[in-house]
Design a protein around this ligand. Structure first.
Ligand code: NAP
Length: 222
């Protein structure tokens, strides 16, 4: 399996990419500028000894080479970008970790957007793809510290296609070495995405990288 990361030159996409490559997956970091993606993939491969499993390419080429695609771009420009990639994304599993957020003098807050979540917007724009939401609450800072154990963090996964969601959950377990939790339908991205505003606010107040871990779910329950 090859995993493309659209916006993979940024901290979140490259952080997920490094973790997946370190777990043995083949990952292509995408960018609007192929040279930037190649340089970032080479830098990270060198730093983490991942030569061969982490490469870079233009977003479109990365998507064309992949079976599974992670969208890791800011919400600004999301609509245009996803529309522009609709054909190569057709028939593929698309995972959105996009958090539409707004910031003002009170701090971060979930942004009000037409489709109510970025993941639902992607699903509307990509009728021929299977779209799921995941990785919204993992911090790019800790993703890049490979020595940092993330197995206590839960990855909350939403989606309307059960088989697709289960594939996302297996990938999420590779990223953190911990649990992925099926939270339900894709529309729950409306709650997962803006919750990141709470984590950012907590991080600022407590000078930390807070994460999500749910209680009350027994070992082995899916
Ligand atoms: N950072 C975190 O800790 C974190 C945690 C959880 C979720 N997220 C979410 O993950 C997504 C990516 O986060 P990030 O911090 O990596 O973001 P970022 O650095 O702002 O952007 C990631 C990449 O997206 C591309 N990009 C920027 N503007 C674009 C546009 N208008 N159209 C197309 N591509 C554009 C850029 O790549 P090129 O210029 O190379 O194309 C950039 O390197 C966001 O939605 C964020 O909310 C982030």
């Amino acid at each position: 399996m090859t995993i493309a990361i659209v916006g993979g030159s940024g901290p979140q996409g490259s952080g997920i990419g490094v973790r997946l490559a370190a777990a043995g997956e083949r990952v292509v970091l995408g960018s609007r500028d192929a040279a930037r993606a190649v340089a970032e993939a080479e830098r990270l491969s060198e730093a983490h000894g991942l030569r061969g499993s982490l490469t870079g390419a233009a977003n479109r080429d990365a998507v064309e080479a992949a079976d599974t695609v992670i969208l890791a771009v800011p919400y600004t420009g999301h609509t245009e970008l996803v529309e522009s990639l609709a054909v190569p994304l057709s028939g593929k599993l698309v995972i959105s970790c996009v958090n539409p957020l707004a910031f003002d003098k009170h701090g971060p807050v979930g942004a009000e957007i037409p489709d109510r979540s970025a993941a639902e917007e992607a699903a509307r724009l990509l009728p021929e793809s299977v779209v799921a939401g995941a990785f919204h609450h993992l911090s790019a800072v800790t993703l890049h510290r490979l020595e940092h154990d993330l197995s206590h963090e839960d990855v909350l996964v939403c989606g309307d296609d059960q088989a697709g969601k289960e594939r996302v959950m297996r990938l999420a377990e590779q990223v953190t070495g911990g649990r992925a939790i099926d939270v339900g339908a894709l529309r729950l991205a409306r709650h997962l995405e803006p919750f990141t505003a709470v984590l950012i606010s907590v991080n600022k107040r407590y000078k930390t990288n807070a994460s999500v871990s749910l209680t009350g779910i027994g070992k082995g329950e899916k």
